[in-house]
Design a protein around this ligand. Sequence first.
Ligand code: PLP
Length: 444
Amino acid sequence: MTAFDQLSGANLDAAVAAASRSRILAPWSVQGHLPGITITGGRGAELWDHEGRRWLDFTSQLVNANLGYQHPALVAAITEQAATLTTISPATANLARVRAAEAIVRHTPAELDMVFFTNGGADAVENAIRLARLATGRANVLSLYRSYHGNTGAAIVATGDWRRIPNEFAWGHRHVFGPYLYRSEFWATTEAEESERALRHLDHTIQAEGPDSIAAILMETIPGTAGVLVPPPGYLAGVRQIADRYGTLLILDEVMAGFARAGAWFALDLWDVTPDLMTFSKGVNSGYVPAGGVAISRPIAESFAERVFPGGLTYAGHPLAMAAIRANIEAMEADDVVAGAARLGTEILGPGLRQIAATCPLVGEVRGLGAFWAVELVSDRTTREPAGPATMAKIAARARERGLLILTVASRIHVAPPCIITPDEARRGLAILAGVLDEVGREG
Ligand SMILES: Cc1ncc(COP(=O)(O)O)c(C=O)c1O
């Protein structure tokens, strides 16, 4: 018997939070300043602690629980697979793995009909970069400053945000600015200008770096962590054209935006652009068992028919993860979760958040689609000075007190509930958010 077995309710919550702080190094955090909530269970779009306090979830954790918590079909599929076979090496043919791959390629662009499995998103990006380098014989990868691609060797250096800086030990990475009209790097005043100028900047950077050196352009279809930066019309098609002009491959990272999050199977469907490689993870099985991968176009996959592909992971294609992938995709198909997420954006989250923006001076801009939104907070609407960390922490804490979990990133609230959140729940969450923003806005 451990000390935990003697405790219950709020005392157990506090003991778990304290033990977590003392035993487990938390990611991306100053260890002395961790917010302390304990979660013990959940269902649908709700989570709760041992005391019985409940929270509506507007985060999907790290924007991965696309089907919410404890979806019965996923739990059953994992349980059934656990009773059949819990582990098998990644190169062994296995029915659960093949079924997962087939479910994925039912929805990828037709040209991308092979899959390389990984344990998560970072190693998916890592292997997409490896595939691009091997396929082109070129070394460099061009990605966006406003991006996050994962916490491993090449992926963290391909990442543009602050997390790259202390980890910059991989070589062959270059960065450019992408479109972001609200804080334009290009002095643009319209989406068309922003798109055209961001494309020219990309083109000029490739020319300056030497087109023959660039193996791939790597981009999130919708940069997520960087602020749900929905690309302007024409941008992604322009990137595809530039890649083709220089014989450079295009890798689209759909780790966060894929599997219903953006109201489409993949965000790339919204702009009808086909990459050479596409990374996925998170929503592929709603995070129930770690998994990720790369969808690969045939010519690249076939180039390894007679030579070694120099990459692999012990747990890639893990049977439990595979069972969860198949069940996740079949549940999304059966319940038309993609269309539901699109409607959530157009009918509830979009209008609701814009309504908040219309009345709350703290809000500088609202953008997004589907179940994937960012609310950009400013201390001054004219100068667009970002809201500071104290304001953001206050907002998150007040929302939590009122039963809503929100994700704050820099000066933004990322609104990314499970795609299966009901309309009533979404409206309830918006009402809490509106109240908190109003109150904090008045306090100044
Ligand atoms: C677009 C994108 N790519 C890659 C990753 C890395 O995924 P993981 O944390 O599973 O390694 C993330 C994680 O947030 C992401 O948002």
